[in-house]
Design a protein around this ligand. Structure first.
Ligand code: MN
Length: 495
């Protein structure tokens, strides 16, 4: 059974509190949704504003393969703005529960039905497809809902969508509800909200009971707890139902789409989010990682390749020295026992701070330890920094250069600048070293990230790159700088 996907990231998703997309962002998302095979894109709500209309028009002008829909209330002026924007389909939203009819519309059941029929006919007369969405259908009197759907089909509505607007279905109720509506012989869509975390489960049960179209958003964004998460539904339909269902979606592009939507909306993806979360294919060295290395299916039910993603191994506080050594060997890093213990200790320190380390982190620590083992001409003995608001950043450092101790202080525009200036004062007593480039990265993101500093330093005609890694930006900077300086001296000795 082929299941069509209606993506409402640009309409229901944009109703996420705090989210507002520019027309260019909407266009870029719409193109991506079209590329990955989404069948119907709900591009917005044309009546909302002039800006929204421009955004929808830009999308309808692209000649995308996907059917383009706009939300409309059961009002002629809403349908007129859909017509103006050139959409293929109107998602005509008609409240059907007594709560909505009495309190929101201050209308009557009969009035709602007769306006609905007029508006479906109006939209059809203007060449639009009509998807009739019954708002709050899951809290609507079932007989009234069926009667309303029959009227909609008589008026030539193309599809029917009984919406679980406030997310109160359970998987069992969803199956029963859709089973009872399936004898109307209309094409049924399902639209679930995630107030109880059941939106995906409820959508799947509706499909089992006969729905052939499913609404949702990328990353499950949307009002309150959000909409059903499309990537979860799509991958579940593909993997868990023994080939009963198919979709047109390119699964290996879902992850990139998720990142695009997250970046554009500013809505962060939790690391343990199914399918697209950062941790989905991460294994911490230990029993699980050992199993996955031997055979990935031991602890993975989804392969990263299916989703265009990569498996990653992290080390953390559950990693033993043996596992750590194996990981290092796999990364092409050979260490002796003392170096291994040194790296192990740093990994545990980070683990105790609640952090896992990726391969890149581990490589940085190892590089650092291996470099430290070389005998250095210049060594840092001590550094003190004073900085803050309305204080000139000041640093004092004590360096050991061969057997001499040299002490100096420096000021700078910021604490790193002050520290480097202080180090420079010490070194420049006997050599002319310049810092040509300075680059800083937070390796794993977050304020507790490992800081990786890469510098270029020069002396005479030599230029050398060096790096320093530490959880403290000042330490990482001085370390990078001194590593560079020591390499310059080593090379000078060789000359
Ligand atoms: Mn909704």
């Amino acid at each position: 059974m082929k299941i069509n996907i209606l993506d409402t990231t640009l309409r229901d998703g944009e109703q996420t509190p705090g989210v507002s997309l520019s027309s260019n962002e909407k266009l870029r998302i719409a193109r991506t949704l079209d590329d990955i095979g989404i069948n119907i894109i709900e591009a917005g709500s044309a009546i909302t504003s002039e800006g929204e209309q421009q955004a929808i028009r830009q999308i309808t002008n692209q000649g995308l393969d996907a059917e383009i829909a706009s939300f409309a209330r059961s009002l002629q002026k809403d349908i007129d703005s859909c017509i103006d924007c050139g959409v293929d389909t109107v998602n005509l939203v008609v409240p059907t529960s007594d709560i909505h009819i009495d309190y929101k519309l201050k209308s009557t059941r009969l009035q709602v039905q007769s306006e609905m029929v007029d508006n479906i006919e109006y939209a059809k007369d203007h060449g639009l497809k009509v998807e009739l969405s019954a708002e709050d259908a899951s809290r609507t009197d079932l007989n009234f809902l069926k009667e309303t759907f029959k009227l909609a089909l008589d008026a030539k509505a193309d599809r029917l969508c009984p919406c679980d607007t406030v997310g109160v279905l359970t998987p069992e109720k969803s199956f029963d509800f859709f089973s009872q509506l399936s004898d109307l012989n209309g094409k049924l869509s399902v639209h679930c909200h995630n107030d109880y975390g059941l939106a995906v489960a409820n959508s799947l049960q509706a499909i089992r009971a006969g729905a052939t179209e499913v609404h949702g958003t990328i990353n499950g964004i949307g009002e309150r707890a959000g909409n059903a998460s499309l990537e979860e539904i799509i991958v579940a339909l593909n993997n868990l139902y023994e080939g009963q269902y198919s979709t047109d979606i390119k699964l290996n592009q879902l992850y990139n789409t998720s990142i695009l939507v997250s970046r554009s909306t500013g809505v962060y993806i939790q690391p343990n989010k199914a399918i697209v979360g950062e941790n989905v294919f991460a294994h911490e060295s230990g029993i699980h990682a050992d199993g996955v290395i031997k055979n990935a299916s031991t602890y993975e039910s989804i392969t990263p390749e299916l989703l265009g993603r990569h498996r990653k191994f992290v080390v953390g506080k559950h990693t033993g020295t043996k596992g750590l050594n194996n990981r290092l060997l796999e990364l092409g890093i050979e260490v002796n026992k003392e170096q291994l213990n040194n790296i192990f200790k740093q990994v545990k320190d980070f683990g105790d701070k609640g952090k896992c380390l990726t391969d890149v982190d581990l490589q940085a620590i190892a590089d650092n330890v291996l470099e430290k083992d070389m005998e250095q001409k210049v060594n840092l003995e001590e550094v003190t920094i004073v900085s803050g608001n309305k204080i000139t950043p000041t640093a004092s450092v004590r360096l050991k250069i061969d057997d001499d101790e040299i002490l100096a202080a420096g000021i700078g525009l910021g604490p790193v600048d002050a520290a480097v200036n202080a180090v420079n004062k010490c070194i420049n007593e006997f050599a002319d070293v310049n810092l040509d480039e300075y680059h800083v990265d937070a390796i794993t993101g977050g304020t507790d990230a490992f800081i990786d500093v890469i510098v270029k330093v020069s002396m005479d005609n030599q230029i050398i790159s060096a790096r320093g890694t530490d959880s403290d930006i000042i330490n990482a900077s001085i370390e990078a700088y001194l590593t560079g300086v020591n390499r310059l001296f080593e090379n000078a000795d060789k000359l």
